[in-house]
Design a protein around this ligand. Structure first.
Ligand SMILES: [Zn+2]
Length: 572
């Protein structure tokens, strides 16, 4: 572990942000339990996301189960392709991510998109070793490993299910319900915050690569021809973009430009993606991610998922490593098309034209009274083929015999048994598969970034101090209230003040344990912006007063107790 990540891990465990799950039983890799401070910080970040990406955009939030039947993941493609490359050490038995070993020792940045053969070749060429025991792994087999956790639903001959590897499928699979709810009106956005599960081969320490994670995903369903993003809302937001072209250069640079410039110069191909990059930049800034250690990186061609034409990641740096926090993908109609084909339901949206359109159509209604006796069990299939042919190749019906093929066998059907006709119909609209724009946020990694980027050390009264400069919006506690000592009525007064502040809507902690200096340090370490202290002067002063201490400057100011709510509001 590097320096900052080690400090964050230490502070997080000691102060109740997060720690490894089931440590009493030796711990389990890839699972972290959020303690009281961490759970509040995470909840605040989620609420802030909800406000920015759901409520204020008019999108609607849903909640789908974390277990879904196999068929959903067959359709989505996860069953076949949600894999990482694994290599097993013959000496110590450790399984490792083959692409990660390759990245760490060959100077290749992104090995995930390479083929198995290429990775095996790299192991040979570079004599790559087991990260646990140092055994040479050249010649060992690299295999695909599916990352989904399987389970069974119900007893006995039960149905196979999986814990969802992303929250998105819970939105896509229910699209027919949502489009009805939205009265078939595009565009609309559906959001979801919830747990996902990935059986990572080698989870990393802390919150960066975990097996149970929280995602905040937004699926924005649009009509690709009609719907344009409101770029003007974010056009002046400045982005730091690390484009594909720059990454390919020897001395590639991150370029600063506004959202508008990124769209005009076509650095970001999709206006929708550019729009969401702008919103995301604003949001990351607002929750206290350091913009000096933040950028958007475009996916290289070999990283691109087969469905996405342009993908960007929001990345932030902790110590010297850039880590992905959010993926922005223009997914086209890939997901809805898959579910439309695999399920029994209709995933299209009826798009009404401004004016009805006249259209010539060609169709056939084959004479089953003739086909049935003549072709027996093949009759239905033959009729289907004739109908298809009428739509796609109407000229064929100028002949006296129509040729169709069923299972490789050719059949000639007299034209007069096909009942072919051309007619004019009036269309009011058409069925289209909406396109999807998806910003997908990894909340655990964002919590980690906020902790790392707000971490600071300084010296107060010749004593070293650690603190978190958390923004008020996400800090677990806004105001801590202390009695100087819990005697002579100070404790009672402090409890009164806490109660009042809570009623006024502040998040408040009361603490009367230990000496006052230690209590300040404790609040500094969990990032509480202000401490209010009740002392002997409070009770003597007419009108009553308290001190407000600022976390970052440690300066204290005495203010009248009766205006305390207003005073804190003006600061927070
Ligand atoms: Zn080994």
């Amino acid at each position: 572990m590097t320096d900052l990540s080690r400090k964050i891990a230490e502070l997080s465990k000691r102060r109740g942000f997060y720690s490894q799950t089931a440590e009493a039983y030796g711990g389990v890799a890839g699972f972290q339990t959020f303690g009281p401070e961490g759970a509040e910080l995470k909840r605040n970040i989620e609420n802030s996301w909800r406000k920015k990406f759901s409520d204020s955009l008019g999108h609607r939030e849903i909640e789908a189960p974390t277990i879904m039947p196999e068929a959903v993941f067959e359709a989505s493609g996860h069953l076949d392709t949600f894999d990482d490359m694994i290599i097993k050490c013959p000496e110590c038995g450790t399984s490792s991510r083959a692409d990660h070993i390759a990245e760490d020792h060959t100077g290749i940045d992104e090995a995930e998109g390479l083929s198995i053969e290429k990775i095996e070749q790299l192991f040979e060429e570079h004599n790559l070793e087991c990260p646990e025991c140092g055994e040479g792994l050249a010649g060992e087999k690299v295999e695909d490993f599916n990352l989904m956790f399987g389970t069974s639903i119900g007893p006995g001959d039960s149905q196979k299910g999986f814990l969802r590897p992303e929250t998105a499928q819970g939105i896509f699979a229910e699209f027919p319900r949502f489009k009805e709810y939205m009265r078939n009106e595009l565009p609309f956005g559906i959001t979801q915050i919830g747990k996902s599960y990935r059986n990572e081969i080698s989870p990393r320490q802390g919150l960066v690569r975990v097996r149970e994670l929280t995602q905040a995903e937004l699926e924005h369903f649009i009509d690709p021809e009609e719907d344009k993003p409101p770029i003007e809302d974010v056009e002046d937001v400045e982005l730091k973009l690390y484009s594909r072209q720059e990454q390919e250069k020897e001395d590639g640079k991150v370029r600063k430009m506004t959202v508008r410039e990124a769209v005009d110069e076509e650095i970001v191909e999709s206006g929708w993606i550019a729009y969401y990059l702008g919103l995301a930049k604003q949001w990351y800034d607002s929750i206290g991610v350091d913009m000096e250690r933040f950028r958007f990186r475009q996916h290289q061609n070999d990283e691109l998922s087969h469905y996405a034409s342009d993908c960007w990641d929001a990345e932030s740096k902790v110590d010297d490593k850039w880590i992905e926090r959010t993926g922005f993908a223009y997914r086209g109609c890939y997901d809805l098309k898959k579910h439309h084909e695999h399920s029994e339901e209709d995933y299209t949206v009826f798009k009404e034209y401004d004016e009805p359109v006249e259209e010539e159509v060609t169709e056939a209604s084959p004479d089953m009274g003739y086909l049935g006796p003549e072709y027996d069990d093949k009759a239905g299939k033959i009729a289907d083929r004739i109908q298809e042919k009428a739509e796609t190749d109407p000229e064929a019906f100028e002949e006296t015999e129509i040729e169709v093929e069923v299972n490789g066998q050719k059949y000639s059907i007299p034209e007069d048994k096909c009942n072919f006709e051309r007619k004019t119909v009036i269309r009011n609209g058409e069925h289209i598969l909406p396109h999807v724009v998806e910003p997908s946020f990894g909340i655990d990694r964002i919590v980690y970034t906020v902790l790392a980027h707000s971490y600071g050390e300084d010296e107060v009264d010749n004593e070293k101090r650690k603190l978190l400069h958390l923004r008020e919006e996400v800090a677990p506690t806004e105001v801590a209230v202390f009695p100087m000592m819990d005697k002579d009525g100070m404790g009672q007064k402090a409890e009164e003040v806490s109660e009042r502040l809570r009623d006024a809507g502040f998040s408040v902690k009361y603490d009367d344990t230990g000496n006052i200096g230690k209590r300040y340090r404790r609040q500094d370490e969990v990032g509480t912006p202000y401490c209010v202290t009740i002392d002997y002067e409070t009770l003597e002063d007419k009108p009553e007063t308290v001190t407000i201490r600022d976390r970052d400057s440690t300066e204290q100011e005495r203010v009248e107790i009766r205006g305390l709510e207003e005073e804190l509001s003006s600061r927070l």
